[in-house]
Design a protein around this ligand. Structure first.
Ligand SMILES: O=C(O)CCC(=O)C(=O)O
Length: 318
């Protein structure tokens, strides 16, 4: 924790206070609760209205005890099968490591508590500003996996989560009936090791489109296996999905810090799932806390991004 104290003086803010205030601001928003449906099975309109207004909504208790146990068991199996270290072909037990036979890049590594993408060209330069990189403990490994892409091929529980009927109903309500899944991954934030994901907006294709709208780049569903806290969770700027491309450098320079004062954290219990508009300005700090955060990331895009979903058309325009 010494390193966190050091960062406080650099940024001249009290990190503990920032976390506590962010939590209060997040819990004061009217964007959390179970997925509620009307008698005809539609997602309740007030949920959709709050989603479009804030750009995110915390669905509580989506995964039940058995689904959570399955997700946790699969995640633990995945952890065991990771390469013993960056570049290794075998896991810590000498077996062929997960992903070594995959053609695509499945594993993303970082220095512990690092920010591998901030200020780099990764993702078409969308992570414009580097976050704080606290010093890890002396027993920390050289590198840690913080993102696994292609989780559905490694976990049936993740596959089942993707097909959760309530989440598919939410997807149809937001995107319109014709939508496509586009990503599957696990963001892995190990206690006292997990990397930061610098502030960014997702999506690269439709920012300059003449019929760009609040839903053009779809959304992510972020299922929480262990819950998430201000210290280890994703932070967002509510409403920023309506702004178009945000100048992140100018914003952090104006704030004098990457601990943006208008941001709020996603606060979740195990089994909660956040729907998060990909155009929201969002990011996460290095996980200096003692708690795991593992996000089961699932995303859906409208099949035709320029067509407005009838239910949301009136509230989704810029
Ligand atoms: O989970 C995180 O820390 C970052 C997630 C994120 O940036 C994303 O899903 O686009």
């Amino acid at each position: 924790m010494d390193s966190v104290v050091a960062e406080q003086s650099i940024n001249r803010i009290d990190i503990a206070e920032y976390m506590a205030e962010g939590r209060s601001r997040a819990l004061a928003l009217d964007n959390r609760g179970p997925i509620r449906r009307t008698a005809s099975g539609a997602v309740e309109p007030d949920i959709l209205e709050a989603y479009w207004r804030h750009g995110f909504y915390v669905f509580e208790n989506v995964f039940g005890a058995q689904e959570l146990a399955d997700l946790e068991a699969d995640f633990e199996d995945i952890l065991e099968r990771l390469p013993a270290h960056k570049g290794a072909d075998v896991d810590s037990k000498g077996r062929p490591a997960l992903g070594v036979d995959c053609k695509g890049e499945n594993l993303y590594w970082s220095k512990p508590l690092g920010d591998p993408w901030g200020g780099t060209g990764f993702g078409q330069g969308r992570h414009a500003v580097k976050m704080d990189e606290p010093t890890p403990g002396q027993d920390a490994p050289e590198d840690v996996v913080f993102l696994l892409i292609g989780s559905l091929q490694f976990s049936d529980a993740c596959l089942r989560a993707y097909g959760h009927p309530d989440l598919l109903a939410v997807s149809a309500a937001v995107n319109g009936e014709d939508f496509v899944p586009y990503t599957d991954g696990l963001f892995i934030k190990a206690p006292r090791l997990g990397a930061s994901v610098a502030w960014h907006q997702d999506g690269t294709t439709h920012w300059d489109s003449p019929d760009w709208h609040q839903g053009s780049h779809g959304f992510n569903l972020m299922g929480q296996i262990y819950g998430c806290t201000p210290e280890n969770g994703v932070w967002v700027i509510p409403g920023s999905h309506k702004l178009g491309k945000v100048d992140i450098k100018a914003k952090t320079e104006a704030a004098g810090t990457t601990y943006l004062p208008d941001a709020v954290p996603m606060v979740c219990n195990p089994g909660d799932v956040v729907i998060s508009n990909r155009q929201l300005l969002h990011g996460s700090f290095a996980n200096t806390s003692d708690q795991w955060r593992v996000t089961v990331n699932m995303g859906c895009l409208p099949k035709n991004p320029s067509s407005a979903c009838a239910a949301a058309a009136s509230s989704r325009r810029r």
